[in-house]
Design a protein around this ligand. Sequence first.
Ligand code: ADP
Ligand code: MG
Length: 257
Amino acid sequence: MSIITISGVKKSFSKNNYALKGIDLCIDQGDMVALIGPSGSGKSTLMRHISGLTLADKKTPSSVSVFDTPIQLQGKLHKDIRRSRARIGNVFQQFNLISRLSVLTNVLIGGLSRVPTYRSLLGWFTDAEKQEALNALDRVGLREFALQRASQLSGGQQQRVAIARALMQKAEIILADEPIASLDPESSRQVMEILQDINIKDGITVVVTLHQVDYAQKYCQRAVALRQGEIFFDGRINELSRVQLTQLYGTQQQNQR
Ligand code: ADP
Ligand code: MG
């Protein structure tokens, strides 16, 4: 069953300069998809269309739907977007935690859309919610860091907190934009393993942009490769040939690997 459906999405930031040149893409429930491609190919822009943070050009017919609910139609945000957004967890390259708050509070914030407004305004959480947040921290191996300030954690640990926050949110889809771009290999491995674990055990659909193909090959079955705003490849990642990789990245990526 398709959980994310993108059709006809074009996006230009300036005249005749398209970041996305007409994207059609379906992602099935329970998939773990790597969105790959060189820098500037449109990966982040496409991710932002799924959350409704960027709107497609209005001139062409287009739609982005999540769970059969439109996020945007013809470049206009759907009025009922809050409910759909609550089902999407975002993990970004820049660990977007609130650095002066505790790790636990950062995780609890993920559940804010589920608590009554007065409590969310006051930042009151029940013991059951705190327990749930601790369980989420357990899943990412950081329970013992619960009371530390987020800023005291390493980059990789902060990224894992962001994943725990998405678990607390009960996100059904996680969009992770370059979650390991600024991490060392060991932290990268941990973050990718956690994404894989919640994909398999919780059935959360994961879309992860990666500029390193090797991590995509290791952790994802399906790859969608963008090149200059177009889908260059969509299929099983082990069917992506060396020739296609060179076409995609030039010789640069090959040398890096
Ligand atoms: P990627 O994530 O694959 O590196 P992006 O989606 O960030 O690629 O960018 C795709 C293209 O769109 C690039 O040419 C980039 O310069 C352009 N672009 C992205 N966001 C903006 C923006 N807010 N304003 C102007 N140009 C943008
Ligand atoms: Mg990007």
